[in-house]
Design a protein around this ligand. Structure first.
Ligand SMILES: NC(=O)c1ccc[n+]([C@@H]2O[C@H](COP(=O)([O-])OP(=O)(O)OC[C@H]3O[C@@H](n4cnc5c(N)ncnc54)[C@H](OP(=O)(O)O)[C@@H]3O)[C@@H](O)[C@H]2O)c1
Length: 259
């Protein structure tokens, strides 16, 4: 099971202004909490807050899969924060299709791209002037997926969108490096969250195996806890990673066949 870590430095992110999309639950909520624990001022966004949404963050409702939703979020967040230093593009979701790639309807390819790829492009674009104003030391972290490299038919649309996100992150890192703005990607493996648990249940049911079987082959012996991913994001967003950009940090208990 997850080992509770000693209290993180409560001043590590003091004064840093952070926006986390998909911050209402699961990995996003853990990322929001991790920045709050480090003293940051945090805006969490999603379509709806939940019981898991950290109360000490300012919650701004919004749909980041549309250009209007992104514009509204950026305007409201910049008003609350007065600028931004760290943007975490975490919002994402997938719908499983068990009838092969051909069974994924056209509109779902479009939706998958809009939510899992274009949301990050648009959110980053909307905050970029503010990030440039914040200057060297500001950071963008994009949350990808192992499905970007291990493309599986039931989630091919989602995996393709995350693969696009990886390519975009790399290009963005090169472009923003001269301004001292860093860009990193985190690739989670199997992490226990409301969204991913529902997907795993569908896949387990289709194979006629218990839910546990979908995570039993993880070399480190357990599925991920959202805090495992939040810790990686905190490292990448901190000055401890000041010479790290364009990287894709895989946090997966050793499961994925990539470094
Ligand atoms: N958990 C895993 O095993 C795993 C593995 C690899 C990658 N990931 C990635 O990690 C990220 C977080 O996943 P999770 O497992 O924590 O999922 P989750 O529990 O389903 O949480 C997803 C978050 O994104 C928000 N969201 C979804 N659609 C949105 C939209 N259109 N506009 C704004 N916000 C939206 C959700 O809130 P609302 O629905 O209220 O909007 C929620 O806050 C995702 O990018 C996912 O692809 C997760």
């Amino acid at each position: 099971m997850f080992k509770t870590l000693p209290q993180s430095d409560p001043a590590e992110f003091a004064g840093r202004r952070v926006v986390v999309t998909g911050g209402s639950r699961g990995i996003g909520a853990a990322i929001v909490q991790r920045f709050l624990d480090g003293g940051a001022i945090v805006v969490a966004s999603a379509r709806k807050a939940t019981d898991e949404t950290p109360q000490a963050a300012t919650f701004i409702p919004g749909d980041v899969s549309t250009p209007e939703g992104v514009r509204t979020l950026a305007t409201a967040a910049l008003e609350v924060l007065g600028g931004v230093d760290i943007v975490v593009n975490n919002a994402g979701a997938a719908r499983t299709h068990l009838g092969g790639i051909g069974s994924i309807p056209d509109e779902e390819w479009v939706d998958a791209l809009a939510l899992n790829y274009l949301s990050a492009v648009r959110v980053t674009g909307a905050f970029l002037p503010a990030l440039r104003e914040s200057g060297a030391g500001s950071v963008v972290v994009n949350i990808s997926s192992g499905m970007a490299v291990e493309l599986a038919a039931p989630l091919a649309h989602y995996g393709a969108a995350k693969a696009a996100l990886n390519a975009y992150s790399k290009a963005l890192a090169s472009e923003l490096a001269p301004a001292g703005i860093r860009v990193a990607t985190v690739t989670p493996g199997n992490v226990l969250t409301p969204g991913a648990d529902a997907i795993r249940q569908t896949l387990a049911d289709a194979q006629g195996v218990p839910l546990d079987a979908t995570t039993s082959a993880i070399p480190l012996g357990r599925p991920g806890d959202p805090r495992d991913i939040a810790e990686a994001v905190a490292y990448l967003a901190s000055d401890r990673a000041q010479w790290v950009t364009g990287t894709n940090l895989v946090v997966d208990g050793g499961e994925l066949p990539i470094a």
